[in-house]
Design a binder for this molecule. Structure first.
Ligand code: 16G
Length: 260
């Protein structure tokens, strides 16, 4: 293990960091790598270089793409940073985010509105390449797709499509999601804790189909929010895309400034 007290961190070899690592079978490798990288981040001083993708892939016996995906995720979370041509480094420690990760149901209640849901479809299907990458599962795995119109005080607020790994939530298709909260089911029926989400917000106009679902006119502005949600172990439990009516919704962000 590299010395923690050294002022200028030395270059690390993959072998220094995790001499004996048992990699699980395909599928879980990404999650295991993520754990290993998180341990490094916790142990190494900020500025420490991370071995190259090629060395890591070789060392752990995984595809370079798998390594890159996990490093990207840590970079997105601000735990690592990349420097073009120089490599990947451990980032400065950050204060934990305090934003609350809410479900639609909780979100609406907090705004004093009565949440509701109209189920358009719930079915199990093969993941396919794109969804598999989002959910960090294999392309041949099964996923459950849930399409709902979410209402606030009985009026449409958002059209939502979410995908969850079927293996993680057996019987979800028949779990009575016609009404009620998905996150409630996660927690109470499956004992899965929603812990972390990365969200991407963009804006664009509603399509004719979306406008119909949302009971408004096509061409009106809308927020499009993608959410990748993880459980307390860091496994992806959902990939959701929601379209919110711009006239009924706002996005509130909490920004925090660190004083050193
Ligand atoms: C929110 C989430 C969505 C999640 C849903 C669960 C956003 C952009 N999306 O709509 O990912 O599936 O909540 O809500 O916030 P529920 O527990 O009320 O079904």
């Amino acid at each position: 293990m590299a010395s923690r007290s050294s002022e200028t961190p030395e270059a690390l070899e993959p072998g220094d960091l995790a001499p004996v690592v048992e990699m699980p079978p395909t599928g879980a490798k990404g999650a295991r790598l993520q754990e290993i990288f998180e341990e490094w981040v916790a142990e190494l001083p900020p500025g420490s270089p991370i071995p190259s993708e090629r060395d890591l892939a070789e060392h752990f016996g995984v595809a370079r793409m798998t390594v890159r995906l996990q490093l990207d995720r840590l970079a997105q979370r601000g735990l690592l940073y990349r420097h073009r041509g120089r490599g990947t480094f451990v980032a400065e420690r950050r204060v934990a985010h305090t934003e609350h990760l809410t479900s639609f149901t909780e979100d609406m209640r907090a705004r004093g509105l009565e949440p509701g849901s109209r189920l358009i479809g719930i079915e199990e299907m093969r993941a396919g390449v794109d969804l598999a990458a989002r959910l960090e599962i294999s392309a041949s795995s099964r996923v459950v797709r849930i399409r709902r119109v979410r209402t606030a005080d009985a009026e449409p607020m958002a059209a939502e499509q979410t995908h969850v790994p079927a293996r993680r939530f057996p019987g979800l298709v028949d779990a009575g999601l016609d009404h009620g909260s998905l996150y409630d089911l996660f927690e109470h029926r499956y004992g899965v804790q929603v812990a972390d989400a990365v969200q991407r917000v963009t804006v664009s106009d509603l399509t004719a189909e979306e406008a119909r679902l949302l009971d408004t006119e096509p061409g009106r502005p809308a927020f499009r929010i993608e959410r990748t949600t993880r459980d307390s172990e860091g496994a992806v439990i959902e990939f959701a895309s929601s379209v919110y009516r711009g006239d009924r919704y706002e996005v509130l962000m909490h920004a925090h400034r660190d004083h050193h």
